[in-house]
Design a binder for this molecule. Structure first.
Ligand SMILES: Nc1nc2c(c(=O)[nH]1)N[C@@H](CN(C=O)c1ccc(C(=O)N[C@@H](CCC(=O)O)C(=O)O)cc1)CN2
Length: 300
């Protein structure tokens, strides 16, 4: 292995430390405590873990955490009523509805009912449009975390060839917009792109967000490229014992690390940055709501 490992866990800890410093100043100088409301519908085990982690990290940086756990059969009307109440609550600066939602609920409708100024996930159609037109918006947490790690590792991204593999609304598309905003030449590829390997080999920055375990092998990576692996896939790990599993990314780590200049691991890469950026977005939302200067370096 020759690549530098980009340690997302350590980076996320630094972001949280910065957020905590800003929160303390807001409390001392403005009597303001940022508040984040997280809504979980149903009992998806992974979502339960993420929501618990969000609540814990929110209070650890000194913010108020409001958790709303609703049964899986909650009606759309009841969920929309809760969001309406949170929209009106001045102590709530950020609102997040954990995804995926149970199948009977229309995710687009639910997300678009959140006040865009409190939409700390950056998924509301207004924030999508603002980001797409280069205006001030709330930026989706996972792509924001990737951008922060890229800037930290590479400095300027200007003029670099970036390939984003994956076209989801929550990662692939906003990631491409952010890279464009930093003057990269951006290609959005996906599982049906013709000769995907040849496209990936052009990338100075390769962002993998397809959700397919170890789909991108080392011989698709340009020597010296920076590889950001967004995938979090649980696969069987019989070598660890019967019934055991392990997490892998969308990139085949060992073969890619032998070629890349730098690479994020899974776990411990992009994942921890998602929650750190959620806290950063909540802080940003609280500052904007109160006409205060936004923290530098924690937004796009
Ligand atoms: N409303 C939202 N829903 C979901 C989002 C989101 O950003 N907003 N993202 C994902 C889940 N997610 C946060 O919600 C998330 C995923 C992974 C991690 C993380 O730290 N992963 C660890 C590994 C964790 C493990 O052991 O399973 C890592 O990669 O090191 C944090 C947050 C879907 N839903």
């Amino acid at each position: 292995m020759s690549a530098t490992i980009i340690d997302g866990k350590a980076f996320a800890a630094k972001v949280r430390e910065q957020v905590a410093g800003h929160v303390q100043r807001l409390k001392d100088e403005n009597g303001l405590t940022p508040g984040l409301a997280v809504v979980l519908v149903g009992e998806d085990p992974a979502s339960q873990v993420y929501v618990k982690s969000k609540g814990k990290q929110t209070t650890e940086v000194g913010m108020n955490s409001f958790e709303h756990k609703l049964p899986a059969d909650t009606s759309e009307a009841d969920l929309l009523a809760l969001i309406d109440q949170l929209n009106k609550d001045a102590s709530v600066h950020g609102i997040l509805v954990q995804l995926p939602l149970p199948g009977h609920l229309n995710s687009d409708l639910v997300i678009n009912s959140i006040d865009p100024a409190k939409d700390v996930d950056g998924f509301h159609i207004s924030n999508v449009g603002l980001l797409g037109t280069g205006q001030k918006s709330m930026v989706p947490c996972t792509p924001l975390g990737c951008l922060m790690m890229l800037r930290d590792h590479l400095g300027s991204l200007s003029g670099l060839n970036a390939v984003v593999v994956g076209r989801s609304n929550i990662v692939g598309k906003p990631m491409a917009q952010l890279l464009l905003g930093d003057s990269c030449t951006v290609t959005i590829a996906h599982s049906r792109t013709k000769d995907l390997g040849a496209v990936c080999r052009q990338a100075d920055i390769l962002v993998a967000a397809v959700g397919r375990p170890e789909m991108i092998p080392g011989d698709w990576v340009k020597p010296g490229a920076t590889v950001i692996d967004v995938g979090i896939n649980r696969i069987d790990a019989p070598e660890k014992g019967e019934g055991k599993t392990r997490l892998v990314g969308d990139v085949h780590f060992d073969s890619a690390a032998a070629v890349a200049g730098a690479i994020t691991p899974v776990p411990g890469g992009v994942g921890p940055m998602t929650i750190a950026c959620l806290l950063a977005n909540t802080l940003t939302a609280a500052c904007r709501a109160n006409g205060l200067a936004e923290p530098q370096g924690l937004t796009a």
